[in-house]
Design a binder for this molecule. Structure first.
Ligand SMILES: Cc1cc2nc3c(=O)[nH]c(=O)nc-3n(C[C@H](O)[C@H](O)[C@H](O)COP(=O)(O)OP(=O)(O)OC[C@H]3O[C@@H](n4cnc5c(N)ncnc54)[C@H](O)[C@@H]3O)c2cc1C
Length: 375
């Protein structure tokens, strides 16, 4: 008889995969179960920008910690993960946004993140295809880009090399009290259960607030000289913060292949995954407004995906409220690729009862309950 695993993970997106690797490395017997195949959810649909963000101290702490963990693993990543330390330029269109450049630079500098303020001329030199005039930008050179499905596959391979068992094509229908029921009726017991089912996490842990937030992306044919950095408009911050309306923002990524990945849109309350022409053309118009040469490029694919979003824009990482055998690792919204490695470290600390390198409280699932109680 196969012994029960110490940990069963539901979901083989980048979060489940990173947790599996971290826990298997720690010597635990790990089983990963996915109803489809690895990275078939948000992970396979995403941009793969590894980015430090500062919407809140907690968001900064987890993204910065995770960015450093990506740097540590970078030398061991296979070619197909396409790790590229291209840096981010936050693009300021006007003086108001340039004030945000200065604020962000101070915030990052005070916390040890290297940045460079680019005036209008320096921005043009760094990215000659951007329209002129623009007010300037903030270069964050330590940000990077990966190809997320290959990253998840690599994490799973490392987990498997360390002894983890991988089971795909079989959904988990319940996850309670140390056992997981699979769609074919099999019941598997495990010391600990991790709900890493992305936007489907609420179907396994009732009462958690995780909602899908739809996004569109477009990828072009190969135009190697088009852009050098991940380019994000600072107006992005305004649109990404909206928790009700649909929004689009200029967000462009150079791929190792020479392709240009064009994002992105954000929509709540849309369940279907169809490409929506109205949103798509709004998103492309935004991109063309910043980078006019894009109009002459051919796109080869358009797709959508769903970010697993929480109301306070922080992930749920840690023990669930009602069942001490269940841990949550979900709700990473638009930052799950970035924060996968940090999430895995925090989950390991929770499960082994060791201390973590950053505070775990801001991501505790218990905060959602507190929010419910206090209105
Ligand atoms: C358009 C777009 C752009 C993005 N860009 C970025 C970016 O640039 N940088 C960044 O950091 N993040 C980005 N993200 C966010 C990132 O993709 C997500 O936060 C991350 O992929 C979430 O990973 P996950 O493993 O939690 O979820 P998923 O990747 O969705 O994985 C969940 C897995 O669980 C499985 N599953 C579901 N239910 C069950 C069940 N009952 N039993 C078993 N298995 C189950 C699914 O099959 C799936 O494989 C983007 C997302 C989108 C949509």
């Amino acid at each position: 008889m196969t012994p029960s695993p110490d940990v069963l993970i539901a979901g083989a997106g980048i979060i489940g995969a990173a947790c599996a690797w971290e826990l298997a490395k720690a010597g635990l017997r790990v089983t990963v179960v996915d109803e489809n195949f690895p990275a078939c959810g948000a992970t396979g649909a995403s941009m793969g920008h590894i980015v430090v963000m500062d919407d809140s101290e907690a968001q900064f702490s987890l993204t910065r910690y995770s960015q450093k963990l990506w740097e540590e693993v970078a030398p061991s990543l296979p070619q197909n993960v396409e790790y590229d330390r291209c840096g981010t330029i936050w693009v300021a269109a006007d003086e108001e946004e340039f004030a945000e450049v200065r604020r962000k630079a101070v915030y990052y500098r005070e916390r040890g993140v290297r940045t460079e303020i680019l005036d209008s001329g320096a921005l043009h030199e760094a990215e000659p295809q951007l329209r002129v005039p623009l007010a300037g930008g903030l270069l964050v050179p330590e940000d990077s880009v990966v190809y997320p499905p290959a990253a998840a596959a690599f994490f799973l391979k490392k987990a498997s090399d360390a002894g983890a068992t991988l089971r795909f094509g079989q959904g988990v229908t319940s996850l309670t009290k140390g056992s997981a029921r699979l769609a074919d009726g099999t019941v598997m017991s495990a010391g600990k259960l991790i709900n890493a089912a992305g936007r489907r996490a609420p179907s396994l842990t009732a009462g958690i607030a995780v909602k899908p937030r739809k996004g569109h992306l477009v990828i072009t044919d190969r135009y190697p000289a088009m852009v050098r950095h991940q380019l994000v408009e600072l107006g992005y911050l305004k649109s990404a913060h909206s928790s009700t309306s649909d929004s689009v923002a200029f967000n462009l990524q150079p791929r190792r292949t020479g392709q240009v990945l064009i994002g992105s849109s954000r929509q709540y309350d849309v369940e279907h995954d169809r490409v929506e022409p109205a949103i798509l053309s709004k998103m492309l118009d935004r991109a063309f407004a910043y980078l006019p040469a894009l109009r002459n490029c051919s796109s080869i694919r358009v797709w959508t995906g769903f970010r697993p979003a929480t109301p306070d824009k922080l992930p749920l990482i840690g023990p669930s409220l009602e069942d001490p055998s269940v841990y949550l690792a979900t709700g990473h919204e638009g930052l799950g690729i970035t924060t996968s490695l940090g999430t895995a470290k925090l989950i390991r600390a929770h499960i082994l009862g060791t201390s973590a390198e950053i505070p775990t409280e801001p991501y505790a699932p218990s905060r959602q309950m507190a929010a419910e109680i206090h209105g």
